[in-house]
Design a protein around this ligand. Structure first.
Ligand code: TRP
Length: 371
């Protein structure tokens, strides 16, 4: 039996599985609850998350996840950002404008405050050993389990493809490889990703049951989802804000486009502006957005606008958004003009990710008894 070798770059945070915060907590955690624990020992954690390269990031991403990542990084936690390019072809035949979308994601990350010197940003197709983990991992889940995944079911229901392809059914296991290759213990995601996190946890547990390490330490920690406490923003049509529904304000939009998009936002006929998320979800959503931008309570903004009606509300929101995003957009424009730098960030990230993935695969092959 070969002993697993671990390159120095690959040393995962030295924490036992599940030791990511209070030991009774094994399910998803709220970032606010974990803050203290992370602050005490940021080096004990490794964060991995990512975004499909399918289009520009918007305000929902920004307030829902990008700001949290920056916060985590500033606490000193090591950050991995995967751009899962193979996931794009789960529900469409061809990944449209893949290089452009990939580069733009990097631009958005850096413009919103991710420090490229400390974060590892990479596409998962550029890390062969990560992808190879998919093979043993697939043997650990049943076909019935793959079929039961609610997020996959939902995506199949919304897919315009005539037939469901094999990658659609197996991508949550691929996502487990994204997370486990670097032994990440914290995964900031939205609620829709919880079933996938469960797959990653199951794979980690079953891998250990099937291939126990001689010294008893599992190869993989059981990662936990980190849910954002930021409220969910709706799109300008009152539905779920989404890259593909044309109802979002992209971070990269200019000020006039932002004004136009927000001017078209759905409201209601009541002139008096009040904050009532249940009774008046669209108006409440705009107040929330302005509140997030100005770090103020939406109720207070509603009071200020009073009888000004939807027009005044939209003016307030537009100003708040444009003002908040101004420095981010300026930085974005600078970064976008230097594609060479963006490519270099990806190359460096990929090199680091490859070193870690190679070391993990060596460990996996060793416990499996591969020669
Ligand atoms: N499935 C995620 C999404 O659609 C993207 C993703 C891929 C991801 N791999 C990941 C998220 C690993 C967190 C961790 O948004």
């Amino acid at each position: 039996m070969t002993t697993a070798t671990t390159a120095s770059t690959a040393t995962a945070p030295n924490v036992p599985a599940d030791a990511t915060g209070p030991s009774h907590l094994t399910g998803p955690a709220d970032l606010a609850d974990l803050d203290e624990g992370i602050r005490d020992n940021p080096a004990a954690h490794r964060v991995l998350t990512g975004d499909r390269p399918t289009g520009p990031l918007h305000l929902g991403h920004y307030f829902g996840s990008l700001r949290n990542r920056v916060h985590l990084q500033r606490l000193g936690v090591e950050m991995f950002l995967v751009i899962p390019d193979y996931q794009v072809i789960t529900d469409r035949d061809v990944a449209d404008r893949l290089a452009e979308h990939t580069e733009n994601l990097v631009v958005d990350y850096l413009a919103t405050g991710i420090d490229a010197d400390r974060a590892t940003i990479f596409t998962h197709s550029s890390v062969p050993a990560l992808n190879q983990l998919l093979l043993p991992f697939l043997s650990l889940v049943s076909v019935a389990e793959l079929h039961r995944n609610p997020t996959v079911k939902d995506e199949i229901a919304h897919s315009s493809q005539a037939a469901v392809n094999g990658l659609m059914l197996t991508y949550p296991v691929h996502q487990a490889a994204d997370i486990l290759f670097c032994k990440a213990d914290l995964v900031p995601v939205g609620k829709d990703q919880l079933p996938h996190l469960e797959v990653a946890r199951t794979v980690a547990r079953r891998f250990h049951e099937r291939y126990p390490h001689l010294d008893g330490t599992p190869v993989f920690p059981r990662p936990r989802a980190l849910l954002s406490s930021a409220p969910l923003l709706l799109g300008t049509d009152g539905g779920k804000m989404s890259k593909s529904r044309g109802n979002s304000v992209p971070l990269a939009a200019d000020e006039d486009t932002t004004a136009r998009l927000l001017k078209g936002a759905k409201t209601d006929a009541d002139r008096r502006i009040t904050y009532d998320p249940v009774g008046r979800p669209e108006v409440a959503n705009l107040l929330l957005l302005a509140g997030l931008c100005q770090d103020r309570a939406p109720e207070e903004l509603a009071e200020e606008i009073g009888d000004g009606g939807a027009a005044a509300l939209k003016r307030t929101v537009t100003e708040a958004v444009n003002e908040h995003l101004r420095p981010i957009r300026a930085r974005r424009a600078e970064l976008a003009a230097d594609r060479g730098h963006i490519r270099q960030v990806l190359r460096t990230g990929s090199e680091h990710a490859n070193a870690i993935a190679d070391a993990t695969l060596t460990e996996v092959r060793a416990v499996m008894g591969s020669l």
